[in-house]
Design a protein around this ligand. Structure first.
Ligand SMILES: NC(=O)c1ccc[n+]([C@@H]2O[C@H](COP(=O)([O-])OP(=O)(O)OC[C@H]3O[C@@H](n4cnc5c(N)ncnc54)[C@H](O)[C@@H]3O)[C@@H](O)[C@H]2O)c1
Length: 347
């Protein structure tokens, strides 16, 4: 196994592409698998512009078991895998649960099958704070109970973690970490890569930047009657580059055999919560634009507040989120303006 080589599945997506850049900056050699179902091949160019290195790319649908097997035959020296590839739209998962169970779980099982055949392997999984639901205590530690999932998407993250835990139990040579992300936002500071939602954005920040650029007429803020400092819901917004760097730290932990058990779980957040109105104000400050928004009723399924206790990740991964909310919104705005310019040039 070549310790410096890493397979990044979903590496052309939002978090994957930033992680590829962070890995390259630390001297790792990256191979990407992506089926482009929620990304564009142009992202490869963005990565190359930033790092000066083009990662190897394989257009593979991980739902094809034989294609996954062929990939590992082609790359016998790959034992490190960071698995981002998944479908992630909560609303869509309610309407089409089987798509989510198939895409998020069969892909995971096929990858683990192949890694089980290796002498040694390191696996990092994209999980989510959604596994906690509305936690009883804030900030949320990794020991908080996993609550009944609110959606098939959330359920795939819970089941995904269980699949990995069970597999690690019987294979001590397989080492794995699940990273429970809070709310990733922002873009690389160069503005060359970022979040590229297809259709109407499901998340707050892309909706804000698309509204500011004139793509959407108005942002709806769902509820201002939550028991929070300004009545809007609180989330832990983490800069995507901080998140990306945490993956490099997690991989280094596995490679240096520093782990306490061969399966571990870490929260990735800043440890601070911000309200929706605070995010809007930060955006208005960095962009020097007034944002068109209105307050509407609460959205079903939304929780009041969630933010991470990050002590475990800080201590064991030797990592800490260091970028500010303003940094994140500034980079997201830079990226949105680049996307707009590219779209204008295509017309
Ligand atoms: N973005 C968030 O807010 C968030 C929060 C918590 C967890 N996560 C998880 O992090 C991971 C990455 O999220 P993201 O925001 O970068 O999503 P994304 O959609 O931008 O990236 C996922 C990538 O995986 C690819 N992909 C999907 N199915 C595939 C398949 N069958 N075969 C090959 N490639 C496939 C897509 O084309 C896309 O490029 C996902 O597992 C997601 O559930 C995301």
């Amino acid at each position: 196994m070549n310790d410096k080589k890493v397979l990044v599945t979903g590496g052309l997506g939002f978090i994957g592409s930033h992680t590829v850049v962070a890995l390259q900056q630390e001297g790792f050699e990256v191979v990407i698998i992506d089926n482009l179902s929620n990304s564009s091949i142009e992202v490869l160019g963005g990565i190359t512009q930033i790092s000066g290195k083009t990662p190897e790319f394989e257009n593979i649908d991980l739902r094809e078991k034989s294609a996954v097997k062929n990939f590992f035959e082609k790359y016998p020296d790959i034992g490190n895998v960071i698995h981002f590839a998944a479908s992630k739209a909560v609303g869509e998962s309610v309407i089409n649960p089987l798509l989510y169970y198939e895409n998020n779980l069969s892909t995971l099982v096929y990858l683990l099958h192949e890694l089980n055949n290796r002498e040694k392997a390191n696996f990092i999984f994209s999980s989510s704070c959604t596994v906690y639901g509305q936690a009883d205590e804030l900030p949320i530690t990794e020991n908080a109970p996993v609550k009944q999932a609110e959606s098939p998407y959330g359920n795939t993250k819970q089941i995904g973690e269980e699949i990995i835990r069970d597999t690690c139990k019987v294979n001590q040579e397989l080492k794995a970490i699940s990273l429970r992300y809070f709310n990733p936002i922002g873009a690389h500071h160069s503005g060359q890569i970022g979040e590229l939602p297809i259709g109407t954005p499901q998340n707050l920040v892309p909706f804000i930047t698309q509204t500011a650029i004139g793509k959407r007429s108005e942002l709806s803020v769902y509820g201002d009657d939550y028991p929070t400092r300004d009545g809007t819901a609180i989330r832990d917004y983490i800069h995507v580059m901080d998140l990306a760097e945490a993956h490099v730290s997690a991989l280094k932990r596995l490679l240096s055999q520093n782990e306490n058990e061969n399966y571990e779980v870490f929260n990735l957040g800043t440890g601070n919560g911000n309200t929706v109105l605070e995010v809007i104000k930060s955006f208005e400050k960095v962009s020097e634009k007034d944002l068109a928004y209105k307050i509407v009723g609460r959205r079903e399924g939304d929780i009041t507040a969630a933010y991470a206790d990050t002590n475990k990740a800080n201590d064991h991964l030797n990592w800490k989120a260091k970028r500010s909310l303003d940094d994140a919104l500034d980079s997201a705005w830079k990226w949105q303006k680049l996307v707009e310019k590219k779209e204008e040039n295509q017309d």
